[in-house]
Design a protein around this ligand. Structure first.
Ligand code: HBI
Ligand code: FE
Length: 279
């Protein structure tokens, strides 16, 4: 396996964090944790608990990596920020999750363009304790490297966005959150499950890869997977070459569009997006 990306790795230097930075972590953690009982999926809450990620303060990546490695062979690599797509895929393909180390400021609690350590560690890492999801993330990385050969990175990025970042999962008859972008966001943890505005559509790989997404506001559509086993199966059983050829012939779909064959969990009003557009 290539060692692509090693030059992006930095030291977390856990001792360097100030009391204020740990205090911002505590603030974010306590606000989210109250909210996520009954909203986040069981596997996410279980992973968070087994990792020992708690309100205490920003965790030490070395400690988390030992627990994570024993559970699923994943480890955390500290990076300065977003890394190029090929580097990101190469990390995932060898079970290395690249996590930022900085934490947002107290006056940036609700919106952040770049992922910070709260998004990466509180949002992404707990699901990596689940063996099936851990396999999915590695398969995604391997698929990402292959997608570069087909010039289909944008289609694959949509799969990441609508599952890893903003995915919902069906659990004992209810719908629960597993996407990192949602679990690490106070407002979207409520909006994604309760608000009548967004569409919620049963996950379908080809449909997701046709669907554009927004990076600047709440999502206008969420996709609901049946299970992590089903998500992994659909991904590893797909022959991506013919899929990319089909996708090249099909028009993209906007985030609010509905398409032939959609299995609607809830049809949205798009009231939130319409109101925001009017602002
Ligand atoms: N880099 N550090 C970091 N974290 C990410 O989540 C990330 C990235 N680079 C690219 C990326 N995500 C997405 O574009 C993936 O879909 C490739
Ligand atoms: Fe993320």
């Amino acid at each position: 396996m290539s060692n692509l990306g090693a030059e992006y790795a930095i030291e977390q230097d856990w001792k360097r964090y100030s009391d204020e930075e740990h205090a911002v972590w505590r603030l974010l953690f306590e606000r989210q944790h109250r909210l996520l009982e009954g909203r986040a999926c069981r596997d996410y809450l279980d992973g968070l608990d087994r990792l020992g990620v708690a309100a205490g303060g920003i965790p030490d990546f070395a400690t988390l990596s030992e627990i994570l490695d024993r559970a699923t062979g994943w480890r955390i690599v500290a990076v300065p920020g977003l890394v190029p797509d090929d580097v990101f895929f190469a990390f995932l393909a060898r079970r290395r999750f690249p996590s930022t180390c900085f934490i947002r400021r107290r006056d940036q609690l609700d919106y952040l363009q770049e992922p910070d350590v709260f998004h990466d560690i509180y949002g992404h890492v707990p699901m990596l304790m689940n063996p099936v999801f851990a396999d999915y993330m590695q398969a995604y990385g391997q698929g990402g490297l292959r997608s570069l050969d087909y010039g289909a990175i944008d289609k694959l990025a949509r799969l990441y966005w609508y599952t890893v970042e903003f995915g919902l999962v069906r659990e004992e008859g209810g719908v629960r959150i597993f996407g990192s972008g949602i679990v690490s966001s106070h407002g979207e943890s409520v909006f994604a499950l309760d608000d009548p505005s967004p569409n919620r559509i049963r996950f379908d790989l080809e449909r997701v890869m046709r669907t554009r997404y927004r990076i600047d506001d709440y999502q206008q559509v969420y996709f609901v997977i049946d299970s992590f086993e089903d998500l992994l199966r659909q991904t590893v059983e797909t022959d991506f070459a013919p899929l990319y050829e089909r996708l090249a012939m099909l028009p993209d779909l906007g985030p609010a569009d509905l398409a032939e064959g959609d299995e609607l969990v809830t049809r949205g009003t798009q009231a939130y997006a319409i109101e925001r557009a009017a602002d």
